[in-house]
Design a protein around this ligand. Structure first.
Ligand SMILES: CC(C)(COP(=O)(O)OP(=O)(O)OC[C@H]1O[C@@H](n2cnc3c(N)ncnc32)[C@H](O)[C@@H]1OP(=O)(O)O)[C@@H](O)C(=O)NCCC(=O)NCCS
Length: 180
């Protein structure tokens, strides 16, 4: 059985390894470490999948914003919308295609909701994420600070109606600039 729980400091080395082996390089492992040091890091949203006491998967959600300008009276004012960006997520190659990634996303999105977030955003495989409620983000009036195709730039409403009236630029934490 695989259990998903919040990661702790004792998992850091294993999380580094999972990302390195899943992505075939250390870029994402370094990204996780940079995000962990950032002031926006939310420990409850760095989740590990554990099987037989071994960390076999990891998922991270980081707080970000949709930059939105609204008209208040005759004045245009910034009214940013808090969101979470999902990245990276990884499962050890020999444990892939066994449902562990899906379990990480489903439990991760539940935790995001519990913490009060209504919107999650990601850049990823268009064949994988729509089954969890993700849909093309540009069609919903969102834009990304990174160059990304329509198919890969995805958004999910964690709370029905959370995207109503929300359009604008998704601003990722600056730590992502190094891997974008
Ligand atoms: C993507 C990833 C986290 C999925 O984890 P997982 O445990 O294999 O996922 P699940 O077993 O729950 O679901 C399997 C589904 O993932 C999708 N999937 C897995 N790897 C994929 C890939 N490289 N490209 C496209 N889809 C992929 C498939 O749709 C598959 O469904 P299928 O078996 O019905 O064809 C894992 O494959 C991984 O670590 N990949 C390398 C790193 C990566 O690409 N991370 C995501 C960046 S967007």
């Amino acid at each position: 059985m695989t259990r998903v729980r919040a990661g702790t400091a004792t998992d850091y080395a294993a999380v580094h390894e999972v990302n390195k082996l899943a992505f075939g390089g250390e870029g994402e492992s370094r990204l996780v470490e940079a995000l962990r040091k950032s002031r926006y890091f939310c420990p409850k949203l760095s989740l590990v999948a554990v099987k037989d006491q071994k960390v076999v998967g990891h998922i991270l959600f980081s707080p970000a914003v949709i930059e939105r300008v609204v008209e208040i009276g005759k004045k245009a004012e910034n009214n940013d919308v808090p969101v979470l960006v999902l990245a990276p997520m990884a499962v050890l190659p020999e444990f892939q295609r066994q449902g562990i990634g899906s379990q990480l996303i489903l439990q991760g999105l539940e935790e995001c909701k519990r913490l009060g977030f209504g919107i999650a955003i990601l850049i990823g495989h268009p064949g994988f994420y729509p089954r969890f409620g993700f849909m093309p983000a540009r069609a919903r009036g969102l834009e990304c600070i990174y160059k990304v195709s329509n198919e890969a730039f995805l958004v999910a409403e964690l709370v029905p109606g959370a995207l109503k009236g929300v359009q604008g630029m998704v601003r990722y934490p600056v730590e992502f600039d190094a891997v974008a």
